[in-house]
Design a protein around this ligand. Structure first.
Ligand code: ZN
Length: 482
C-alpha cells in the first residue's frame, strides 16, 4: 500500500503539472497494445497511441506513465522499448520476435568441469559486489554515479583477469547514442569456434521515483554480482572455451532497454552469430517456493529453455547443489534479452521467483541488500550460469570430453513411436516423465516394466524425458517428435 501511494502521488503530480500540449520528457516507445490502451484510458494526458499492429502499439509516452505500467500491469519493467524517433517506433511494430536465425544443437559433455566449478560458487563474493553497487546510492542512467559504477565493474572484472594471469581476456567499455551511461563487456575469445558467441548479460542501471536514491540491490546489482561470480569461478579454473564467451553489464535498461538494444543491433549488423543468450535480472529475492523460474514468453527460445531445464535436471537434482524450478511469464520489453530476441538471437531469462511473487521493493529506495541479508539465492543463479556457459561454450581442453561417465549410464533411442531406454548400470527405470519447454507434462510413468515408452500420443516438437532409476540417479534426454 505504501508503495502504491508513492506511485499514485507521483502520477497525480505529473497529471496536474502537464498541459495537453506540453510534451517535455515524452519518448517514443513500443509496448503491448492492451497495455497501451489501458494506460490511455487511465492517463490520456501521459500517452498518445500512434499506431497499433500485431498486438503492439507505437506510443509517445511520458516516463511517469511507465511507472504505472510497471506497477499495475507488469511485475517487472520496463514493459516497453525505447525508440529514438516516431518512424523507428512504427517500424518496430513489424519486427518479428521469436524468429530465430540459428538452430544449435545444445549438448551436455562437460560434467567434470561443471561440478568443479559449481563447487566453488561463494554467496559472500556475490554479496560483496552487490553492496559495492548499492553503495553508489543511485545508478540512474543520467546520474554521473551511473558511470562511476560502470568504471567500478570494469575494474572488478579486470582485477579477476589480473589474478588469473590471463592475457587473452579483455574488458571493453561501450558508448551509447541514446544514454550518457556506458555498458561494460568482458570477452573470452573462443579457441575453436571463435565466431560463435555465448553471452550472459544483465543491466547495471537502476531507477526509483527519486532518481538520486535508487539503490537497485535486487534490480539489478544482484544480476551483475551473479555474473561477476561466474567470471571469477571460470577464471580461477582457467576456462578456455571453444566458443567466444561474453559477459555484459548494460546501460539504461530501465528507460526502455536502451543499452542492450544498441549492442544487439551492432551484433546483428556485424552478422555476429550469437548461439545462446541468457539474461540475469533480479536473482536474489526468493519470493516463491521454487528456486529458479524459467520465463516462457513466446520471444524466448524453447530449445534454450529446454537446455536450462536439462542443465538443472542434470546438475541440480540432488545433493548440495540441488534446486527446484518452475515457470512464469514476463511480457513485452521485460528485460534486455528482449533486445536480443528481437534481432533473431535465441534467448532465455531465468528469474528469481514467479513474477507475481518477485521482489516488491524494486524501483524504490527500499531495494536494499538488507531486505534479504545474504546472497544465497543469487548463488543458485551463478551455478546455473556456470553450467550454461561451460556446456554451451564447451572447454577446448579435449581431456574434459573423456570424462562423461555420468551421462553414459543411460541411453535413449527414439523411433518416433517408442522411446527406448537402456540403462548401462544394470538399474531399472523408477520414474519417467516427458515435458515440453513450457513445463507441461505429457507423459508420466512409474516402475516402467518394459524399456520402451510409448510416445505415439505426442505431437511434433521438442521434449525432454526425465528419468530416475532405482538408485535415485536422474538422466535427461532431449528428443524431437516429427
Ligand atoms: Zn531489472
Amino acid at each position: 500500500m505504501y508503495l502504491k501511494s508513492i506511485f499514485l502521488g507521483c502520477l497525480s503530480f505529473a497529471l496536474t503539472s502537464l498541459h495537453a500540449q506540453d510534451r517535455t520528457g515524452f519518448i517514443h516507445a513500443t509496448m503491448q497494445e492492451n497495455h497501451a490502451v489501458e494506460l490511455f484510458h487511465q492517463f490520456p494526458q501521459l500517452i498518445d497511441i500512434i499506431e497499433s499492429k500485431n498486438q503492439l502499439s507505437a506510443v509517445y509516452i511520458h516516463p511517469d506513465a511507465t511507472h504505472e505500467l510497471h506497477q499495475k500491469i507488469l511485475s517487472h519493467g520496463p514493459g516497453f522499448i525505447f525508440h529514438p524517433d516516431k518512424q523507428q517506433a512504427i517500424q518496430a511494430l513489424d519486427q518479428p520476435v521469436g524468429k530465430w536465425m540459428n538452430v544449435t544443437n545444445y549438448t551436455l559433455s562437460e560434467s567434470s568441469f561443471v561440478y568443479k566449478a559449481i563447487d566453488d560458487v561463494k554467496a559472500d563474493r556475490i554479496k560483496e559486489v552487490m553492496l559495492i553497487l548499492e553503495n553508489f546510492g543511485t545508478r540512474f542512467h543520467t546520474d554521473p554515479k551511473a558511470n562511476l559504477a560502470v568504471q567500478k565493474v570494469k575494474e572488478l572484472w579486470e582485477e579477476l583477469i589480473a589474478i588469473s594471469g590471463r592475457t587473452d581476456i579483455h574488458v571493453r567499455i561501450i558508448n551509447h547514442v541514446n544514454t550518457p551511461m556506458k555498458s561494460v563487456v568482458l570477452t573470452i575469445d573462443g579457441n575453436e569456434k571463435a565466431d560463435e558467441y555465448v553471452i550472459i548479460g544483465g543491466h547495471l542501471d537502476s531507477t526509483a521515483p527519486d532518481k538520486t536514491n535508487a539503490p537497485g540491490s535486487d534490480d539489478n546489482a544482484s544480476g551483475i554480482a551473479t555474473i561477476t561470480e561466474v567470471i571469477r569461478v571460470l577464471l580461477s579454473h582457467d576456462f578456455m572455451p571453444q566458443r567466444t564467451t561474453e559477459f555484459m553489464a548494460y546501460a539504461a535498461e530501465e528507460i526502455g532497454l536502451v543499452g542492450s538494444k544498441e549492442i544487439a543491433t551492432t551484433y546483428k549488423n556485424q552478422e555476429k552469430n550469437v548461439i545462446a543468450y541468457v539474461q540475469f535480472d533480479m536473482t536474489n529475492y526468493q519470493g516463491s517456493v521454487e528456486d529458479i523460474f524459467i520465463t516462457t514468453d513466446s520471444y524466448n527460445n524453447n530449445d534454450l529453455n529446454l537446455y536450462l531445464i536439462d542443465l538443472m535436471e542434470t546438475y541440480n537434482k540432488t545433493g548440495k547443489h540441488a534446486l527446484t524450478y518452475n515457470y512464469t511469464k514476463c511480457n513485452y520489453g521485460c528485460s534486455d534479452h528482449h533486445s536480443w530476441a528481437q534481432k533473431g538471437y535465441p534467448t532465455a531469462f531465468p528469474f528469481e521467483a514467479s513474477f507475481s511473487e518477485s521482489s516488491p521493493y524494486i524501483h524504490t529506495a527500499s531495494d536494499r541488500f538488507t531486505i534479504v541479508g545474504h546472497a544465497d539465492h543469487a548463488a543458485k543463479f551463478s551455478k546455473l550460469g556456470l553450467e550454461f556457459v561451460i556446456e554451451a561454450a564447451k572447454t577446448s581442453n579435449k581431456m574434459s570430453l573423456t570424462n562423461i561417465h555420468y551421462k553414459n549410464q543411460a541411453k535413449f533411442y527414439n523411433d518416433n513411436q517408442f522411446l527406448t531406454i537402456q540403462l548401462t548400470n544394470q538399474s531399472k527405470v523408477h520414474t519417467i516423465k516427458v515435458i515440453d519447454a513450457a513445463g507441461f507434462t505429457h507423459l508420466s510413468k512409474e516402475y516402467l516394466a518394459s524399456t520402451k515408452l510409448d510416445i505415439r500420443s505426442l505431437k511434433s516438437g521438442f521434449y525432454i524425458a526425465i528419468l530416475t532409476d532405482q538408485l535415485g540417479e536422474t538422466f535427461t534426454h532431449k528428443f524431437r517428435v516429427y
